[in-house]
Ligand binder design. Structure first.
Ligand code: SF4
Ligand code: SF4
Length: 287
C-alpha cells in the first residue's frame, strides 16, 4: 500500500482524532519498513507528545510579502483593485499593506504601473522534520499571531514523501485549513464521540470531504453500549463505521500520559492493522 494517504479529522477538537492518528501510525510503524506522519494541526500540533520523534531539522516557511515605496506610489489604487483579500489599501493618497491579511500572491506587484511595490520575505511558520524508528515525522507550526494556516499545511504536505503510507492529522473544524489538509488524500477517517454534538460536527465534515472528493469512514471514540445513534447516523449518511473505541478510564489515563493505544495494550495493533487493511481495500476498489 505504498503511498496510501489517510487523513484523520473530526470536525471538532477533543473527539480523539490525534489518539486515533498516532495509534494507527505506531501500529503500522511496527510492521512496515517506513511510514510517515504529518501533523497538520499547525495551530496546536500535539502528535509529537505521543509519537515522541527526534526532531532533526527545522525549515522556515516564508511568503513574498509586498512592500510599498511611498515615494514612488502615486495613489492610483490599482494594487487595491487587484487584491482579493483587502490586504492593500490606498489611504491618504498612498498604498498601505495589511500584513495579517496578505497571502503573498504577488498580484499587487504585477498591477502597479509605477513599480512602487517590491517584495520581502516574511516568515509565517516552520516545518519540523524528525524520526522515530520507522516513522518519518513532519510537524507544521504556525507562528504565534499568524493567520496563514493553510499555507503552512501546504508546505508540510509539499515537503513530505509521496511513496510511503502516510497518516495525516488534520486540525479541528471544517474551514479552509482542513480542506487544505484533505486535498489529495486517499481516505478520511472521521473520529467522533457518540453524542449529538459529535455527530453534528462529523456531518459537516462529511459534506466537506465529499465536496473535496475524499471517501470517508467513521471511528467512534468513547463508545458506550447505550449510544446506538451513530449507527442510525451512519446509515442515513451511507458511511461505514470502521472501528469503535470503548469509553474506559484506562484509555483516558494512558492518553493523558502520552502513551498511544498499541503501546498501552498490544491488542490494538491487530485492530489498527485491520482498519488500515479495510481502508486500503476500499481505496483500491474505488480506483
Ligand atoms: S500580495 Fe496578494 S494578498 Fe498580498 S497585498 Fe498583494 S495582492 Fe493582496
Ligand atoms: S498600484 Fe502602485 S502606484 Fe498605484 S496605489 Fe498601488 S502602490 Fe501606489
Amino acid at each position: 500500500m505504498a503511498g496510501l494517504t489517510i487523513a484523520v479529522a473530526s470536525g471538532k477538537g477533543g473527539a480523539g482524532k490525534t489518539t486515533v492518528a498516532t495509534a494507527l501510525a505506531v501500529s503500522l510503524g511496527k510492521g512496515l519498513s517506513e511510514i510517515q506522519f504529518l501533523d497538520c494541526d499547525v495551530e496546536e500540533p500535539d502528535a509529537a507528545l505521543f509519537i515522541k520523534p527526534e526532531i532533526e531539522a527545522t525549515t522556515e516557511i516564508t511568503i513574498d510579502a509586498p512592500e510599498v515605496d511611498r515615494t514612488a506610489c502615486d495613489g492610483c489604487g490599482k494594487c487595491q483593485e487587484a487584491c482579493e483579500f483587502n490586504a492593500i489599501r490606498v489611504e491618504s493618497g498612498k498604498a498601505a499593506v495589511y500584513e495579517d491579511l496578505c497571502l503573498g500572491c504577488g498580484c499587487c506587484k504585477l498591477a502597479c504601473p509605477e513599480g512602487a511595490i517590491t517584495e520581502k520575505k516574511r516568515r509565517i511558520g516552520v516545518v519540523e522534520t524528525g524520526k522515530r524508528e520507522d516513522i518519518v515525522f513532519y510537524r507544521g507550526l504556525l507562528d504565534v499571531g499568524g493567520g496563514l494556516t493553510s499555507a503552512v499545511i501546504r508546505h508540510v504536505k509539499a515537503m513530505a514523501r509521496g511513496d510511503i503510507p502516510t497518516i495525516l492529522d488534520c486540525g479541528p473544524g471544517t474551514s479552509s485549513p482542513v480542506i487544505a489538509s484533505l486535498k489529495g488524500c486517499d481516505y478520511c477517517l472521521l473520529v467522533t464521540e457518540p453524542t449529538p454534538f459529535g455527530l453534528s460536527d462529523i456531518g459537516l465534515m462529511l459534506e466537506v470531504a465529499r465536496t473535496v472528493g475524499v471517501p470517508c469512514g467513521i471511528v467512534v471514540n468513547k463508545c458506550q453500549p447505550w449510544s446506538p445513534t451513530v449507527d442510525d447516523f451512519a446509515s442515513v449518511w451511507d458511511v461505514p463505521i470502521l472501528m469503535r473505541i470503548p469509553f474506559r478510564r484506562e484509555i483516558a489515563y494512558q492518553c493523558s500520559r502520552g502513551v498511544t493505544l498499541p503501546e498501552a495494550d498490544p491488542f490494538w495493533d491487530d485492530t489498527f492493522w485491520k482498519l488500515f487493511d479495510d481502508i486500503g481495500k476500499m481505496v483500491w476498489k474505488g480506483r
